[in-house]
Design a protein around this ligand. Structure first.
Ligand SMILES: Cc1cc2nc3c(=O)[nH]c(=O)nc-3n(C[C@H](O)[C@H](O)[C@H](O)COP(=O)(O)OP(=O)(O)OC[C@H]3O[C@@H](n4cnc5c(N)ncnc54)[C@H](O)[C@@H]3O)c2cc1C
Ligand SMILES: *[C@@H]1O[C@H](CO)[C@@H](O)[C@H](O)[C@H]1NC(C)=O
Ligand SMILES: *[C@@H]1O[C@H](CO)[C@@H](O)[C@H](O)[C@H]1NC(C)=O
Ligand SMILES: *[C@@H]1O[C@H](CO)[C@@H](O)[C@H](O)[C@H]1NC(C)=O
Ligand SMILES: *[C@@H]1O[C@H](CO)[C@@H](O)[C@H](O)[C@H]1NC(C)=O
Ligand SMILES: *[C@@H]1O[C@H](CO)[C@@H](O)[C@H](O)[C@H]1NC(C)=O
Ligand SMILES: *[C@@H]1O[C@H](CO)[C@@H](O)[C@H](O)[C@H]1NC(C)=O
Ligand SMILES: *[C@@H]1O[C@H](CO)[C@@H](O)[C@H](O)[C@H]1NC(C)=O
Ligand SMILES: CC(=O)N[C@H]1CO[C@H](CO)[C@@H](O)[C@@H]1O
Length: 472
């Protein structure tokens, strides 16, 4: 039977592609071919460092966090600021519990820890205790399964790297009949197929596309990987897809400024979990906090833009020993890369010449940590803070941060079956699906931290479920 089924072609091996592939193969035994233009698997997904969202999960239960899909939806909608598709946001929050459960039960990924990221009403961003950062851990588990199958059952799974998709073939009913890619020898090869799932990621590395859609951001540094060039958006747009929110490009407020390479256009991300677990932001020109660090990314960036100097040192991120303990592996990595350093309050005030006394600075941390007062910026109090006995010698961790281009909310609009839509919101082409960052509508004008890995799993699995209906 396998031999007569034309394989589903998946464009991209980030989390969206891997989730689609695993669901097709494990649940339905439908053959897949994964193509990636890069020489390795994982896209931007492999870099994700804060985690993946889920509402009403067993982890939240175990940690006594009360959450519902409705609360998650409300947070998502507020962050989206009237952009995007509410249907997709509902689907994202509804299916988030199942997405986490799927990763835990099929791939043995623990996802047993939580952080509360910006714009979320409760802690719902999951990561695992242990050494591996979430993006790496999830990509590794899902790709190992497919790699193993590609060896034992080559008719079921093929993974072709260094293979760049360049075009699609349609019949005169505009149904998919094939896909064309270019191999390492620059030959164009056609694969016959009735189903293509675009999982090709965002466009934040494409200067050409940033210039077209968000020219005001071209001078900002970026966290992007060089493969993130919007190939999928270009192909789908050419076919007539409804490209929505293309001008909504996410600026993440905290990219690390490397003190040894300040001008570099490329920045390591200072994961949002650093703030989520208790870290604060300090303006170097006032020596004070200036924003609720757990507001949404767009709002934090706007506050930084308004308050902080446009100098070499934009803002400082300051973390307690408790944050270090809660996020030890990442913190050790940042220390190793010299992106943060261990210091004391006295040394911090001296080093950056902050216009406050050591006592004033200590008192600000004490106030911030005081659970019986309302936070100056309405930030929800969390357990991991600086404590009540802060003084000039209290150890802290500090890094310099600046806003960075990070994620593209816009893309090809899909429906809740992950089918790509045309400009009248009708299915564009029979057999054509999209999932992950290439799609648009899930996040509106601002994505919540942890919702990108989630959309990959939710809509990747959904694409597979939709495709399976054609194989009955
Ligand atoms: C540093 C960093 C940290 C992040 N942390 C988090 C986090 O903690 N939580 C969270 O939810 N999100 C996070 N994100 C966002 C998230 O990682 C990505 O946005 C998301 O994983 C995108 O997944 P994807 O599968 O859609 O695309 P990607 O993972 O980017 O994969 C796309 C793949 O498609 C391939 N491709 C592109 N064009 C073609 C073509 N023409 N032919 C063949 N292949 C092609 C690319 O080579 C790439 O491998 C982070 C992003 C970055 C950069
Ligand atoms: C979500 O928002 C709606 C509309 O504002 C409100 O009625 C509802 O109570 C909110 N739900 C939760 C769980 O906060
Ligand atoms: C989300 O869940 C609610 C409540 O179970 C349901 O009424 C709704 O149809 C679901 N929507 C989507 C898009 O999954
Ligand atoms: C972000 O800022 C807008 C406009 O100032 C405000 O309405 C909104 O409540 C803020 N977002 C959050 C999550 O607080
Ligand atoms: C598609 O084109 C073929 C060949 O030109 C023609 O025979 C067929 O009727 C067309 N089908 C449709 C649905 O237009
Ligand atoms: C393929 O094309 C690229 C870009 O034109 C070129 O740099 C490369 O050398 C070519 N590779 C081969 C094997 O011909
Ligand atoms: C920063 O603020 C200025 C005006 O104060 C505005 O023109 C600019 O667009 C803002 N930049 C970002 C990235 O928000
Ligand atoms: C915390 O705030 C309360 C109420 O304002 C105050 O009484 C108490 O002294 C504060 N605790 C510390 C350690 O400053
Ligand atoms: C869009 C963008 O800013 N792309 C940059 C990504 O990072 C590399 C450096 O690694 C720059 O060369 C690109 O210009």
């Amino acid at each position: 039977m396998l031999a007569t089924m034309s394989p589903v072609v998946i464009v991209g091996t980030g989390l969206a592609g891997l989730a689609t592939g695993n669901q097709l193969v494990n649940k339905y035994k439908i053959p897949v071919i994964l193509l990636d233009k890069a020489s390795s698997i994982g896209g931007n997904s492999i870099k994700a460092s804060s985690g993946i969202n889920g509402a009403m999960t067993t982890t939240q239960n175990a940690l006594n966090v009360k959450d519902t899909p409705e609360l998650f939806f409300n947070d998502t909608l507020k962050s989206a600021k009237a952009r995007g598709s509410q249907l997709l946001m509902t689907k994202l929050s509804n299916d988030s519990k199942l997405a986490i459960q799927w990763l835990q039960s099929e791939f043995n990924i623990k996802l047993d820890l939580l952080a509360q990221l910006g714009g979320h009403s409760v802690p719902r961003t999951h990561r695992s205790s242990g050494k591996l950062p979430p993006g790496f851990e999830i990509v590794q588990a899902l790709s190992n399964n497919l790699k193993t199958l590609s060896e034992s059952k080559p008719d079921l799974v093929k993974i072709l790297l260094n293979s760049k998709v360049v075009d699609l073939n349609l019949n005169n009913d505009s149904a998919i009949t094939g896909i064309q890619y270019m191999n390492e020898e620059n030959e164009t090869i056609t694969i016959q197929t009735k189903h293509v799932v675009f999982c090709s990621g965002g466009f934040s590395f494409s200067r050409e596309m940033l210039k077209e859609f968000a020219p005001q951001l071209m001078d900002l540094p970026t966290t992007n990987g060089s493969q993130t060039t919007g190939d999928g958006q270009k192909l789908l747009s050419k076919l007539g897809a409804n490209m929505i929110d293309m001008d909504q490009v996410q600026v993440h407020p905290t990219g690390f400024i490397d003190p040894n390479d300040r001008q570099s256009h490329w920045k390591f991300l200072a994961a949002e979990a650093l703030r989520g677990l208790g870290g604060i932001l300090i303006a170097p020109n006032t020596g004070k906090r200036f924003v609720n660090e757990l507001d949404t990314r767009d709002n934090v960036t706007a506050a930084m833009n308004k308050t902080c100097p446009k100098d070499d040192v934009r803002a400082l991120i300051v973390m307690s020993e408790n944050v270090y303990q809660a996020y030890k592996n990442n913190m050790d990595f940042y220390l190793f890369k010299k992106l943060i350093k261990k210091s004391t309050i006295k040394d911090l005030v001296d080093q950056y010449n902050l216009p406050v006394t050591v006592d004033e600075f200590s008192n600000e941390l004490i106030d911030y940590s005081n659970e019986s007062t309302k936070d100056t910026f309405n930030r929800a109090h969390i357990i991991n803070n600086f404590g009540s006995s802060v003084n000039s010698d209290t150890p802290i961790y500090v890094g310099e941060v600046t806003p960075v281009v990070h994620f593209t909310m816009g893309g090809a609009k899909i429906n809740n079956k992950a089918e790509v839509l045309d400009k009248n919101d009708k299915v564009l082409s029979k057999g054509l699906y999209a999932a992950g960052e290439v799609s648009g509508g899930v996040h509106g004008s601002n994505r919540l931290g942890g919702s990108s890995l989630l959309e990959c799993v939710v809509f990747g699995r959904t694409a597979a479920d939709s495709i399976s209906e054609d194989f009955n």
